[in-house]
Design a protein around this ligand. Structure first.
Ligand code: SAH
Ligand code: AVI
Length: 311
């Protein structure tokens, strides 16, 4: 008798490939189902997580200077826009025609875009639910505007450095020769500050990390037991990156869509890298992707940077 193999779609296959690899991994985009986006918002409000409030401080204090680089007759595209909050700090001074927030977390994006539209009736908001590794398709009617990418939050740090350059090259193609990118990048600093930012006392980062298993359980129609895993994050000073993992608390085995997935006790699933840069490193990223670093703005303690890169 023939036993019919379950059919597996591309997304399921991609996740399974990571779970059968010798060093297991899950793409960090799977943090962000609706609950994950909410948990990330909670992270941004933690005392230990300095990046968001620091970057907001820079945007607030420097919005006039930033606006000198971005004309008002423009369209601003934000890959990984999340709750679409940071753009609000720039709207008054830049006054763009169109804002295009893009994100994988579809429902969260739609709600955030609606809220922004209500608050700024003069602004055309055109959300796009997609993966920022795929090409961003802009409607033909937007083609005549100068295009600028807004990429805050140090989301660039979640790419491997080579992939960050490839991503920026794609952004260069998107904006053409008359645009640019305003990018927020977290800076290399002391171990304690970085370690605490990814190991908060309330355990929200742990919840956020573990939630990725809820998300993939739903996609894989699986029942991986979240209670059998724990959050593990450390700063690798040599590589200048946070490494985040889920660690198996026991020996476990699951049958998922015809695949056997097993975990040894203590085995790690890699879920995220968060690279921290120096200003030289940011200039190098810019140069290797065809941009010119025009200006960087830092907070007083030099924790975080916002830079304008011209195409
Ligand atoms: N820009 C916001 C949110 C940063 S969090 C800020 O600075 O606060 C990172 C965001 O990127 C999340 O909203 C997440 O859903 C989104 N994201 C992560 N990987 C993605 C991918 N591959 N494609 C599109 N969006 C992605
Ligand atoms: C979205 N990204 C830049 C965050 C970061 O700091 O790397 C995601 C995050 N991971 C744990 N805490 C926050």
């Amino acid at each position: 008798m023939n036993i019919k193999e379950p059919s597996i779609n591309k997304e399921q296959q991609d996740i399974l490939d990571g779970l059968v690899a010798e060093k297991k991994f899950i793409n960090p985009k799977y943090f962000y189902n609706h609950r994950g986006s909410k948990l990330f918002e909670k992270i941004t409000q933690l005392d230990e997580y300095y990046p968001t409030r620091t970057e907001l401080g820079i945007l607030k204090n420097k919005s006039k200077e930033i606006a000198e680089f971005i004309s008002s007759d423009s369209i601003i595209i934000e890959p990984g826009a999340g709750n679409c909050t940071k753009i609000e700090y720039l709207l008054t001074d830049i006054h763009p025609n169109v804002y295009v927030p893009q994100d994988v977390s579809e429902e969260f994006l739609q709600k955030s875009a609606e809220r922004l539209s209500e608050r700024y009736p003069w602004l055309e908001v055109h959300p796009i639910a997609s993966d920022f590794s795929d090409p961003i398709e802009l409607p033909e009617i937007y083609q005549h505007f100068a295009k600028h990418v807004f990429y805050p939050g140090s989301t660039i740090g979640n790419f491997e450095p080579e992939d960050a350059i490839n991503f920026l090259k794609k952004m260069h193609q998107l904006v053409g020769n008359h645009g640019g990118i305003l990018i927020g990048v977290d800076l290399h600093k002391d171990y304690e500050t970085l370690h605490a930012a990814y190991n908060d006392e309330k355990g929200i980062t742990a919840e956020f990390n573990l939630n990725t298993l809820n998300h993939i359980n739903q996609i894989l129609e699986a029942d991986i037991d979240i209670n059998q895993f724990e959050h593990h994050a450390l700063y690798n000073s040599k590589q200048q990156r946070i490494e985040m993992y889920l660690r198996s608390k026991s020996k476990q085995r699951y049958e998922i869509l015809g695949n056997t997935i097993s975990f040894e006790m203590g085995e790690l699933i890699h879920t995220e890298h968060s690279y921290k840069y120096t200003l030289d490193g940011i200039a190098e990223l810019a140069q290797k992707s065809g941009f010119m670093l025009q200006k960087s703005w830092l907070d007083e303690a030099e924790l975080f940077s916002v830079s304008y890169l011209m195409a």
